[in-house]
Design a protein around this ligand. Sequence first.
Ligand SMILES: Nc1nc2c(ncn2[C@@H]2O[C@H](COP(=O)(O)OP(=O)(O)OP(=O)(O)O)[C@@H](O)[C@H]2O)c(=O)[nH]1
Ligand SMILES: [Mg+2]
Length: 299
Amino acid sequence: MGNWTAQEAANAWKKAAEEEVKMAIAAKEEAERQLKHGIQPVVTPTYQEVLAAKQRVQYREDLFHFAVAGVAGGGKSSLINAFRGLHNKDIGSAATGIPDTTLTMARYGNPNAEYPYVWYDIPGAGTLKISDWQYFNAQGLYVFDCIIVLFDNRFTMTDIAILTNCRRFKIPTYIVRSKADQHIRNIMEDMGSDNEDDEGVGADQEKKLYQAARQQFIQQTRQSVKDNLGNANMPDQRVYIVSNRLMLGVVRDKRPEKVIDEIELLNDLIGEAQTRRARSDTGSFPPLVRVWRGGLRVR
Ligand SMILES: Nc1nc2c(ncn2[C@@H]2O[C@H](COP(=O)(O)OP(=O)(O)OP(=O)(O)O)[C@@H](O)[C@H]2O)c(=O)[nH]1
Ligand SMILES: [Mg+2]
């Protein structure tokens, strides 16, 4: 081999090395671009992982497993308590109100063991130091039968990430906005309500203000979810607007006034469980009216 060919070989080698570096940079840039656009690497759990995740959550074929996911402090535990007919301070209820209360997944059966529903309060994605898609898989969220994505102030990319993952695993999802009572009160104050005088002269004015604030809150919530889903190229999906206390009232058949979507959410969730059961043909969930003591009445 002469000098020239050695030089040529060296050049070829150098060129190949450069090419390799170029490709590595391109791959890195592509990964970063995808990251920036919230495109997640597709990670499919293995059969063993699914089994382990089911074991962790004590999955049972004869139960319907609802998970409530969302930001820390958004009202997940409070909503689960309401679904179970419990006040936040009742014995057996999920702890609420302490920042980052729920750091590990907690499981809550229905107080009446006869009812085949079980609730999971899962830690907010923001409370853990892992990315959105790692959150979904790390928490084993793919084993749940239905996932409620709860948000309080902003419908975020984290919420979108959960919905995207649910689509991948064909898990039915419900988008819920919590604390409607608080949000409406805030808007009323912005509109000039003094928050007093429920009776006298100002009562009428307050009622009108309430109606206006409520209308505005509902409209803004529906629009912002629609926009956010659209921006993320997700199909449109209903958002259920609720307050925990009114949800509790509905569950306890107190027929509270001022409900927004509480009754429909409860109905639709139970319907979801019943549909699944009908599909899998392994028996049927109790009819709606037997599910919660007192039953439900649709508006
Ligand atoms: N006004 C109002 N307050 C609510 C509602 N839901 C929850 N809260 C309050 O919001 C605070 C947080 O509620 P939690 O249920 O603890 O929220 P969380 O999402 O479980 O919080 P972490 O477990 O810390 O992630 C508590 O003080 C609740 O009382 C609601 O619908 N209306
Ligand atoms: Mg909690």
